[in-house]
Every structure is written in C-alpha cells, then in structure tokens.
Design a protein around this ligand. Structure first.
Ligand code: ADP
Ligand code: MG
Length: 244
C-alpha cells in the first residue's frame, strides 16, 4: 500500500470557456496536513470539489488511497464515503438532532446498526467537545458548535482523508479558535487533511506543506516557513501582504 493518500496529476477543470484549474499536481501523504491558500476565485474550492467528485475534471488523474476516482468505471458513492468533507456552511440536517446527524449516513451508507453507529457518533462528539449536545437540534447551536458537529459527522464515516473548505470563514471571530483547535487535534492524531484556509497562523503551525494557488495553477509549494515565511514569487508575496 502506498503512503500517498491523495495524488493529483495534471488536473484540468473548465466551466465552459472558463479554465479554472490549469494542470494541478499535488500529493498528500498519509498523516500529512496540506494547506491551500490563495486569492478568491483561484480555484481552491473547485480543486477540493474535484477530489470529492462533486465536479468532474476534463483532464488529469486523482487517486485516493490507491483508488483512481477519475477512472470512468469508478464507484462514485464508494469512493466518496472514504472522503470526509467539511464546507464553509455547516450543511447539517436541520430537523435531525446532533446524534441523528452523526448516525444517519453511518446507517444508510455503511449499514451500521443503531448501537454501533451511536457508539461511534458519541466517540466523535466527545472528540469535538460536544457530548452534552447530542439531543440538540443544529439551530440551537452556535456556528462554531455546528461546524464541530459537521467535523464529527465526517469523522464518523472513518474517512481516509478529510477535506476542509474554509471551515472557519463563516464564523464569528470568537468561535474560530474552537474549530481550529479541533482541526489541530485531528492533525496531531495523524489524520490526513487537505485544508483550504485563510488562517495563516493555523497553516504556519499545523501544515506540513502549504500550497499557494493563483489563477488555476500552483504558484508555490513547500513547508510553511518557506511559502508563508519566505515566499519566492511576487504573486505569493502580494497575497500574503494582503492577508497577514
Ligand atoms: P476559490 O475557492 O479559490 O475562491 P472557486 O474554485 O470557487 O475559487 O472558483 C474558481 C472560478 O471558477 C471562479 O471564477 C468561479 O466563478 C468559477 N466557478 C466555480 N464554480 C463554477 C460553476 N459551477 N460554474 C461556473 N463557474 C464556476
Ligand atoms: Mg472557495
């Protein structure tokens, strides 16, 4: 078994005449955290959506834990259940309790029984610090708590990799820290993570590798101390000057 969990090679994606990804190459090794930074519209979300098969690329290859998900015969549902995704919005089921939000896919997709799915759900709620909220409805929680529920829900599917698309961008500033703390803990536990974020402090401290995207290409990639601390390209420098 390869130690590369996500391998992206020569990825191209266009929406009609608009070329959004112009040949992306990226590897994420088991247990690594790769942070993607870059200006709005540079293709970061589209890249993550391709990895989760929410978008179909025109060209290139994506392999997740040995499974080529861009292969025409891929079992899309089978591939997707190994990939956890956390979006900017929380995407919880509003009419289901927190516990039910965590068990429904386990039961329907993984065919786990009620007891097992609830046990796994409770383990993950504890991990994100929300054990006491299992009977709450999402609307009764703060945005930060909802996002931690979304993380716990994704973890309950035992994904090979977790994708995060600006998970703290919609949160009030005082709630950002709790979500980042959960992500940091996941990273320390060895979860493989691909994270689009504007939180430069998080990227600096947690990422093994930082990738700066602009205009659908990877402009620069390397350890955070290099890409954020000592960027080589003008586009990276001017982006960082705006966000730091
Ligand atoms: P980022 O996440 O870096 O802000 P996106 O991947 O969301 O960038 O978008 C990159 C470009 O692709 C933008 O110009 C956006 O308008 C365009 N785009 C994204 N999704 C679609 C779509 N479904 N149809 C047409 N254009 C899209
Ligand atoms: Mg985006």
């Amino acid at each position: 078994m390869s130690d590369v969990i996500v391998e992206i090679a020569g990825l191209h994606k266009a929406f009609g005449p608009l070329e959004v990804l112009k040949g992306i190459d990226l590897q994420v090794e088991r247990g690594q955290v790769v942070c993607i930074i870059g200006p709005s519209g540079s293709g970061k979300s589209t890249l993550l959506r391709c990895v989760n098969l929410l978008e179909e690329p025109q060209q290139g290859k994506i392999v997740v834990n040995g499974n080529e998900i861009t292969h025409e015969d891929v079992d899309i549902d089978g591939a997707r259940r190994k990939i956890g995704m956390v979006f900017q919005g929380f995407n919880l089921f509003a009419h289901l309790t927190v516990l039910e939000n965590l068990t429904v896919a386990q039961r329907k997709v993984l065919k786990r029984g009620k007891e097992e799915s609830e046990r796994i759900a409770r383990e993950n709620l504890e991990k994100v610090g929300l054990s006491e909220k299992e009977t709450s409805l999402p609307g009764q929680l703060s945005g930060g708590q909802q996002q931690r529920v979304a993380i716990a829900r994704a973890l309950s599917m035992n994904p090979d990799v977790m994708l995060f698309d600006e998970p703290t961008s919609a949160l009030d500033p005082e709630l950002v820290g709790d979500v980042l703390a959960v992500m940091r803990q996941l990273a320390e536990e060895g979860m493989t993570m691909l994270v689009v974020t504007h939180e430069m402090q998080f990227a600096r401290e947690v990422a093994d590798s930082v990738l700066f995207m602009d205009g659908g290409v990877v402009v620069e990639q390397g350890p955070p101390g290099q890409v954020i601390g000592d960027p080589q390209h003008d586009r990276t420098k001017s982006f960082l000057a705006r966000v730091l």
